[in-house]
Each structure stands twice: as C-alpha cells, then as structure tokens.
Design a protein around this ligand. Structure first.
Ligand code: P6P
Length: 333
C-alpha cells in the first residue's frame, strides 16, 4: 500500500518546476484533511462545532460553525508552509496575501471551498473540501493581488477534493491523471486506493436538484425528460441521485459514470456554484479523468473569471452525457 506522501515524492518528476513546493502544499492539505476528518466525525459529540456560526459569508449565506473552523484549519495549514503566497476561500470576502518574507517569495496561490455541502453536516451526510492551485502571475517578492486568483481554470497546476463520506478520500490531479487515496484513521495515513481514475465515457446517473425544474432553461428541461423516458434498450430511464454535496455527487459519477448539473435558474441567474473554487477544480479533475465540464455552452476551464466569487452554471461528468445536454441547450438557442 503506497502512502500519499510516497506517491507525491515519486511523482515529483512530473512537475519539475514545482518540485518541492507542490509536495509541500499537498502535505499541508493532507494535514488539514486529517484534522477535518477528526472534527467532522465527532461533530455530533461536541456542541461547539455543529449549527450556525451566527454570521454570513460574502454570498449572504449563513455560515455553519464548521465552515468557519474548516476555513481556519485550511488557512493555518497553508500559511505554515513556505510554498503559498496567498489564499482565497468561499468563507473569505477578499483574497488573503500571506504578508511574510516566505509568503511574498512563494510561487503559488490556492483557492478553496473548505467545507462544501456544509448544510449536510448537521444531518450526517457526506461533505467535502475542494482546492485549486495556480502559479502566481504577480512578481515574486511582492504581495499577491486579486489577478493571481482570477486566472482561467486551464492555468491550474493542481486541483483536488477531500470527500468525508463512509470513508475519507483525497482525490487530486497535477495534470497527469487523477489518483485517489483512502484515509486509514488507525494509522493516520492516506493510502493509494484508486490509481489513475477515469470517468466512464457514458453513464446512467443524473444528479440535479429537480425541485428547480420549473425554473431551468428549456434545453435542460428537455434533457431531464430525456433521462426519464422509458427506452429500456438504451437503459432509460436513468437513475436520479442527488446528495446535495457537489464533491459526493461528483465522486460517485466519476467512479460509476454520470452527470452533475447545476443550471442557471431564476433563483440563481448565473448558477449557484462558484467558478473559481468549485467549478474550476472539479472541471480540471473531470477532464483529467476523461470527462467534460461546461457551463452549458463553454468549456469551464476556458472561462476568464472577472470576480473572485462569481458563479457559473455547471454541467460535469461523463463526456457523452454532458455533450447530450449541451445539444439540447444548443437546440433552444
Ligand atoms: P441546492 C453546497 O452548498 C453546494 O454548493 C454543492 O455542494 C451542492 O451540490 C449544491 O450546493 C446544493 O445546492 O440548491 O441543490 O441545495
């Protein structure tokens, strides 16, 4: 059984220019994931981490205590390394420049959704941590600026997630395929359990909050009806599975084949998911695993962000399923 640490060192040759730094960053994320695993798994036992934090994030959404805790765990773990110059998070209104000698001289920035799906935490349903890493474009030696965080997703040098489910797994890519590691709490170690993950080219599972059906664009409505049609020879109707945690739905679709959709709707005219720290990292992983990720028309990784917390419609998973919904959307143009 190969540990995550051994795997990262073994693969350093694949990113020679980021040799030690990327390993250092992944090591910080690994540590944060272990702490979050512990805190999430005992959440029900201590009243100080369940429930609302009594404040809102920049999206105007009520923050859970565990959102705030997860954000601080990630921020501290990364600030402790020499490799990260700045940090952006769903839970932080603005970017955070690490204003230290090593922060100013570090080459990379990270964006994260520290605890995705946190509304599920109080009811013991899977949640996740999502991260996205870029090389800074501002000069080394200076403080990072917002432009370092507004790069198109195709510039990512690494991305991944931790899914806190029936087991805790860390799944990441550095642009050379996707690998999954399962956490063994008794040893405090992540072990390679899903090497070279690939998304089946087609699938029979669709993930969408069908409660929003009436407000979806016509093309998306037509695709959902396509999924539900009785065509046994084509394996339809498909199965509907929606956990309410992007990371958990994405992870299942990656292993089994499927599509995750969060379309634009009147309550979310630009979709609900955030481009920079939800859509982009998941799109990088999806493409690296042979899948596809679009906003219904454009490749997610080609979108040039304008705002740190901007949202995007999101269609991601098995290539043929994403292409199918795009064809329905195109027909309605
Ligand atoms: P809804 C969690 O807040 C999240 O960002 C994703 O993890 C999840 O798929 C989606 O929103 C759930 O949103 O509107 O269906 O509850």
């Amino acid at each position: 059984m190969k540990s995550l640490g051994e795997f990262v060192i073994e693969k350093q040759h694949e990113y020679p220019e980021a040799k030690g730094s990327l390993s250092g960053i992944l090591s910080a994320i690994r540590l944060a994931a272990k702490r979050l695993h512990r805190d999430i798994n005992r959440a029900g036992l201590t009243s100080d981490i369940l429930g609302e934090a009594g404040q809102e994030n920049v999206q105007g959404e009520a923050q859970k205590k565990l959102d705030v805790l997860a954000n601080n765990i990630m921020k501290r773990a990364l600030n402790a390394r020499d490799d990260i110059a700045g940090f952006a998070s769903e839970e932080e209104d603005e970017i955070i420049a690490f204003d230290t000698e090593r922060g100013r001289n570090a080459k990379y920035v990270i964006l994260t959704d520290p605890l995705d799906g946190s509304s599920n935490i109080d009811v013991n349903v899977s949640v996740g941590t999502i991260f996205s890493i870029y090389r800074r474009i501002s000069p080394i030696g200076s403080l990072v600026t917002e432009e370092d965080f507004l790069q198109p997703g195709k510039n990512q040098i690494a991305a991944g997630y931790v899914v806190y489910g029936s087991s805790t797994m860390l799944v990441y890519t550095t642009g050379n395929g996707v690998n999954g590691f399962t956490y063994d709490p008794s040893l405090g170690t992540f072990f390679l359990s899903h090497g070279n993950l690939t998304i089946p080219n087609d699938g029979k599972i669709y993930s969408v909050n069908e409660g929003g059906y009436q407000k979806f664009p016509q093309g998306v409505k037509k695709y959902i009806k396509y999924c539900q049609e009785q065509v046994p020879e084509e394996g339809r109707p498909f199965t509907s599975r929606y956990i309410g945690s992007l990371v958990a739905d994405f992870h299942r679709n990656m292993l089994k084949g499927g599509i995750y959709m969060y379309p634009q709707a009147s309550s979310y005219p630009n979709g609900k998911l955030r481009l920079n720290y939800e859509c982009n990292p998941m799109a990088f992983l999806a493409e690296q695993a042979g899948g596809l990720a679009t906003d219904g028309e454009r490749r997610i990784l080609d979108i040039v962000p304008e705002k740190l917390h901007q949202r995007s419609p999101f269609f991601c998973g098995s290539k043929k399923m994403v292409e199918k919904v795009m064809s329905y959307i195109q027909e309605e143009k």
